[in-house]
Design a protein around this ligand. Structure first.
Ligand code: NAD
Length: 466
């Protein structure tokens, strides 16, 4: 079934339509029957004029995220605003491929410190393995650079404190690329909450479903080992926790969590090192032929000899030590209580969320990939206590993450000083708070006790985010 699914450059970005086509999904969906009160197109507008001279940027970590979202897409949409002055990776083969794929002629480096000295970037973009982000963030700031880092900011509280200290010492800027905030339907939720549309929010039900394709991909490589990813409580859920912090406009105070590994890893009778050459190909639902994708083959397979990085590793690897089902109770400094869960082997992908307020309820069931007909818009249901129910529709945006990736590029590279009425830009404190919920959840799930956010770093949770 999964065997022939075509992959985009980033396998996580398999589109909904592609999923329906490739799985032969049955068309059964129908729209909700409630009246539609609002419907808006959120198509990405033409790019705004870039402010000032081109910024000198360098990137460390030329994996798929580095070469696509922070490479080729930057060159395609923002080449008038930025100039690549250096690329760095420990894998020289991947580095050479990246240079051609992105389409730049800047110098390449396998030594990050050398790149800082010789390329003299103004801004460093960090897209390496999660557990290594801190070393590049700190070194870049010490060298006088601003930093744009992929999420998660880092993977544990000690590294987080080191980043906070370095930021204080140097006064440099850190942007954490919490691109989920920029998706149109999430921005609409933020606006409705800011408008007080359901009164004061008192609790949230938030449940995320990763499907058997995207979810499984986290277990094929470094993400499946806690020492690299911090578990999916950090690597993946930091997106979700950042959304909560942003929507609720408050800091997390306490986390109590559970997690277990019950599907991937050792939970199967057979296994191999990787999908290529696996004797169990025919009987494994998770068999994935990486060589069907030319970009991934040239980026990873062709460069295995340099560092032994296997991109199509076995999801049944007994060394996998992260949770594949997770649940957390989060208490916020403003009193809001959140029930969160994440499942990594669901038949479809998306999330359900409900904000319970003193005057009503705001809820959504956002489908990101499903084996039934795709609706043309996302829908938010608003229901007043003792009153009416209504649906707000938001058309799907063009581009990655519903157009969120393009909006994020524009804010970073073209109009960094533009007004930000929905507070979508995420700084280091936001990045830290998102990670600290994940760290607290991981500690709680391992230790069985609630964990106070204030016990982790020097950051003090505030009822209203500073
Ligand atoms: N915001 C999002 O939606 C999103 C989506 C995908 C990935 N990401 C993030 O992007 C980052 C990269 O993800 P990816 O899928 O491209 O991973 P990847 O493993 O494909 O790429 C990581 C690259 O970093 C390099 N690297 C590792 N250690 C290094 C070191 N010490 N020095 C220099 N280079 C080093 C590796 O060789 C590799 O090329 C991760 O932090 C991930 O969490 C974010």
């Amino acid at each position: 079934m999964a065997k022939d699914i075509p992959r985009t450059d980033d396998p996580h970005e398999l589109s909904r339509r592609q999923f329906i086509r490739t799985t032969g999904g049955v068309v059964t969906g129908s729209l909700l029957a409630a009246p539609v009160v609002s419907s808006a197109s959120e198509r990405v507008p033409p790019p705004p004029q870039a402010q000032g001279p081109r910024k000198r940027i360098a990137l460390v970590g030329t994996g798929i995220r580095g070469i696509s979202m922070w490479g080729r897409e930057v060159m395609a949409g923002s080449a008038d605003a930025v100039e690549y002055v250096g690329l760095c990776d420990i894998n020289p083969g991947r580095l050479a491929f990246a240079k051609g794929h992105i389409g730049v002629d800047c110098p390449t480096f396998t030594d990050f410190d050398r790149m800082l000295v010789e390329a003299r970037p103004e801004t460093v973009i960090v897209t390496t393995v999660d557990a290594t982000h801190d070393q590049f963030i700190v070194a870049a700031m010490e060298a006088g650079c601003d930093v744009i880092t992929e999420k998660p900011l880092t993977t544990d509280e000690v590294k987080c404190q080191a980043i906070l200290d370095a930021q204080q010492r140097t006064g440099r800027d850190i942007v954490v690329t919490h691109n989920y905030r920029y998706a149109p339907h999430r921005a609409r939720m933020k606006q409705l909450l800011m408008d007080g549309r359901i009164g004061r929010v008192t609790s949230v039900d938030f449940h995320w479903y990763l499907d058997v394709y995207h979810g499984a991909d986290y277990f094929r490589r470094w993400h499946g080992k806690e020492r690299f990813s911090g578990t999916l409580f950090v690597h993946k859920a930091c997106h979700h926790f950042d959304l909560l912090n942003w929507w609720l406009d408050s800091d997390p105070a306490q986390v109590y969590a559970n997690g277990a590994l019950e599907y991937y890893g050792s939970n199967n009778d057979f296994r191999h090192t990787q999908c290529r050459g696996c004797p169990h190909q025919d009987g494994c639902e998770h068999y994935w032929d990486i060589t069907a994708n030319e970009t991934l083959t040239r980026l990873y397979v062709d460069n295995e000899q340099h560092d032994g990085y296997i991109r199509d590793g076995c999801v049944w690897d007994e060394a996998i030590d992260i949770f594949d089902k997770m649940g957390a109770q989060i208490r916020y400094a403003n009193g809001v209580q959140v029930s969160y869960s994440c499942t990594t082997y669901s038949p479809y992908e998306g999330y359900r969320i409900a904000f319970n307020g003193t005057e009503g309820r705001l809820e959504a069931w956002i489908k990101e990939r499903q084996p039934w007909e795709e609706a043309p818009a996302d829908e938010i249901r608003l229901t007043d206590n003792f009153g009416q129910t209504e649906i707000v529709r938001i058309e799907h945006g063009d581009g990655g993450h519903g157009g969120g990736d393009i909006r994020l590029h524009d804010r970073l590279f073209r109009t960094p000083d533009a007004p930000d009425p929905l507070q979508q830009a995420a700084g280091f404190r936001d990045g830290a708070m998102a990670v600290l919920i994940g760290v607290a959840a991981r500690q709680s799930a391992r230790g069985g006790q609630p964990v106070e956010i204030a016990s982790l770093t020097s950051l003090t949770p505030e009822a209203v985010r500073p």
